[in-house]
Design a binder for this molecule. Structure first.
Ligand SMILES: [Zn+2]
Length: 328
């Protein structure tokens, strides 16, 4: 994780926010005390000393507007009595990041190297289904597969955009209140995340990217909508809004943007349905999958940005063991 990357993210947040006058709800004006460092101030306000670049960026943005703040060159360019601006919006380190988590008990799993998908089941007893499961995902969807006769009814609403990068996936936490209804059961949209390249394939063809919209029912049943994206000239505005704010590995970014994830795909398109599993450990089965038949597009640039941040993160397709049971 480089500081340069971190600062770049802070700039990305603020370039889209209108410069606010001091003493309003967008942050705090703070006078540096004797012996205080920017890291200590970041710890005080954000409970994370590594969030200090947010203060540098916030101060420098306002100093340009002539609000009496001195610009800050680097974290050591600070002295007692100096005023700094502490924005409310901040990029903070994820506590659950695989990088910072050193506990031996939580075996890490990866997409490349010694802990790649072919050995997930051996990493931890809880992961055994990754090898022994009979309804594992992702799968190849044969062109002859009929679309689902019954598809979820969508009730999606806008959400604050909160994005994290846990080193494996870019994930968007969705605000409560958006859901789908299927078979008279309500499944709440919890989060969405992205895989490169696609995990599911429609007719042997692997797409450039796949988005998973993960829903949970009240009794913890999973329903996932999968959308495939090919690289192309067209792109979706909402995708661009998300891509403008992708955080570096190990960070979560709280933005003041609102997004409507319904714009990321055609929810009226036919869908393929089967019951499979999580495509990540512990590979839990009983997941209701709906793969949208209409593919969408992302730009080559958006795709390479994602690869830069998370690397390739698609589980290989699993042997079809009688998984296409459309009546299920
Ligand atoms: Zn996924």
């Amino acid at each position: 994780m480089g500081l340069v990357q971190f600062v770049a993210v802070s700039i990305a947040i603020c370039s889209s926010a209108v410069a606010q006058p001091l003493n309003n709800s967008s942050g705090h004006l703070y006078v540096v005390r004797e012996g205080e460092t920017l890291r200590k101030i970041a710890q005080r306000f954000y409970e994370d000393e590594l969030a200090f670049p947010t203060i540098i960026e916030g101060t420098n943005r306002l100093s340009k507007d002539g609000d009496g703040l001195l610009s800050i060159e680097n974290e050591f360019d600070i002295r007692a009595g100096q005023k700094v601006w502490v924005p409310l919006q901040v990029t903070v380190r994820l506590e659950t990041s695989g990088d910072t988590h050193t506990s031996v008990a939580s075996a890490t799993w990866t997409y490349q190297g010694k802990t790649n998908p072919s050995v997930w089941a051996s990493l931890q007893p809880d992961y055994r289904l990754c090898a022994s499961g009979t309804r594992q995902s992702p799968v190849i969807i044969l062109p002859s597969t009929p679309p689902a006769a019954q598809v979820p009814a969508f009730d999606y609403h806008t959400s604050n955009l909160i994005i994290s990068n846990n080193g494996r996936h870019i994930q968007i936490s969705h605000d409560p209140g958006s859901s789908v209804k299927f078979d008279n059961v309500r499944y709440e949209l919890a989060q969405l995340h992205f895989h490169v390249p696609s995990e599911h394939r429609i007719g042997q063809v692997q797409s450039s990217m796949e988005a998973h919209f993960v829903h949970l029912s009240q009794d913890r049943q999973l329903l996932v909508i999968a959308v495939l994206y090919d690289t192309g000239a067209e792109y979706i505005d909402t995708m661009a809004e998300i891509w403008n704010t992708l955080p570096p590995k190990g960070f979560v970014l709280h933005t003041n943007h609102q997004i409507n994830v319904k714009r990321l795909f055609n929810f009226n398109a036919p869908m393929f349905h089967y019951v499979g599993s999580l495509t990540t450990p512990p590979c839990t089965e009983g997941v209701k999958w709906f793969v949208v038949s209409q593919k969408e597009q992302i730009t080559r640039r958006q795709l390479s940005r994602l690869v830069e941040l998370t690397g390739l993160n698609a589980r290989p397709t699993q042997q079809v063991k009688n998984v296409f049971d459309v009546s299920d």
